[in-house]
Design a protein around this ligand. Structure first.
Ligand code: ADP
Length: 396
């Protein structure tokens, strides 16, 4: 069956068409600047990338462009829309309602709407994508795969904050965690690569990208993760502050004469490695700046690696040990220096890092020495494949 995987943001839409038996990606790409003007990218394995501008006044128009391209007589990969057996949607927030992927019935869509309050920037965009697909492909079954679902196995001691308990019971204030589809895929794949059963392992996954999170996966289940009520908590990220003393918010707001929402904007968009380095939110720019002698960029990179290592230490304690540490996402997959920098803190727990094996980008590899007590791996994440697998499994 061909599964169309859709990841819908407020002005962008990523898509992949995956043949579920072979798990081959038939085509993939991106619609950007939706509601503004519209830019389209289309890729097929082994073929030249196609890019053009097309008006995309809304997400329905964007999905129309995708479907037209997929079925194009010359450059398409399927003959007609009938060859799309199902659509899998990435959905950011499932609250406490969804601990696994689900078929998108009207009732489920309503429940996702109820979660909008918890993810005002993301869930409404995901819903727009669902409704657009429903309009264009009314008879194709759809499945929702939630970023938060994998973390629903966290125990209360991991997900409750030290706040008045009624904020949890009245408003759902708790740790939810994100990147769950990635943490789930990467931990399973790491166990496979090591020839072991994920249900028999303690794994720490470091998903390091523009947004970053660490997850403790104990016997295949998420037991703790660094993102919290929102994706703002945890590691220092591209532009997000990660963990700070909450008292700073009032203090700086008063000094700088900022409102609460202006302060939240600073924490989400102007902090993290961008704010610290004053250079960029992109680690490639920071690497270049450090190489050019920028001490602030070098310090920022140090701080980032130190924070990742601290979370790894904390999660090893949370699980009473660790068998494997896995790096994934833009930075985890591509930046050898970050992997090495994080591991330089972890010798005490039995990590024997293999600097030679680490010299690569974007491959599945073991980067610890064979005798290392704790294995270290790089596993490229594949959230789309995970979504396609869940979609097919649910429809069977
Ligand atoms: P997102 O959270 O937006 O999905 P990604 O997982 O794609 O982000 O990660 C994007 C980030 O990965 C970039 O901002 C960049 O900092 C980092 N990155 C990608 N390639 C490299 C590289 N070769 N070296 C260093 N950093 C890289």
């Amino acid at each position: 069956m061909n599964v169309l995987v859709i990841n819908c943001g407020s002005s962008s839409l990523k898509y992949q068409l995956i043949e579920s038996t072979t798990e081959d990606v038939l085509a993939s790409g991106l619609c950007e600047r939706i509601t503004i003007d519209g830019a389209f990218t289309y890729k097929r394995p082994g073929k030249e990338k196609i890019q053009f501008e097309a008006p995309m006044p809304d997400h329905t128009a964007a999905i129309k462009v995708v479907l037209n391209q997929l079925t194009d007589t010359e450059t398409g990969v399927i003959k007609s829309m009938d060859e799309i057996g199902a659509v899998g949607h990435r959905i950011v927030h499932g609250g406490e309602k969804f601990a696994s992927s689900v078929i998108l019935t009207d009732e489920v869509v309503k429940a996702i709407e109820d979660c909008c309050e918890l993810a005002p920037l993301h869930n409404p965009a995901n819903l727009v994508g669902i409704n657009a697909c429903k309009e264009l492909m009314p008879n194709v079954p759809m499945v929702g795969v939630f970023d938060t679902a994998f973390h629903q196995t966290m125990p209360e001691k991991a997900y409750l904050y030290g706040l008045p308990y009624e904020y949890y019971t009245k408003y759902g204030v708790r740790r939810y965690g994100f990147h769950g589809t990635s943490h789930s895929y990467v931990s399973k794949r790491a166990a496979e690569v090591l020839g072991r059963d994920v249900n028999d392992m303690k794994i720490i996954v470091c998903h390091l990208g523009n947004g970053s999170s660490v997850c403790a996966v104990d016997h295949g289940k998420s037991v703790d993760t660094s993102m919290g009520f929102t994706p703002l908590e945890g590691l220092i990220m591209g532009t997000r502050s990660g963990d700070i003393d909450p008292a700073i918010i009032e203090y700086v707001a008063q000094k700088e004469n900022l409102s609460l929402s202006e302060m939240m904007n600073v924490l989400n968009k102007k902090s993290g490695v961008l704010g610290l380095s004053q250079v960029s939110s992109d680690f490639r720019d920071l690497d270049d700046a450090r190489d050019a002698g920028n001490a602030q960029a070098a310090l920022t990179l140090d701080i980032f690696r130190y924070h990742v290592a601290k979370y790894v230490g904390a999660y090893a304690a949370a699980m009473g040990g660790v068998d494997a540490i896995v790096f994934t996402a833009g930075l985890g997959e591509n930046d050898a220096l970050t992997r090495e920098g994080v591991c330089s803190y972890l010798g005490f727990m039995g990590v024997e890092f293999d600097a030679e094996a680490n010299n690569f980008r974007g491959e599945e590899r073991v980067i610890s020495k064979p005798e290392s007590k704790v294995k270290v791996l790089c596993i490229p994440t594949n959230e789309e494949l995970m979504i396609a697998r869940d979609t097919v499994a649910l429809l069977k």
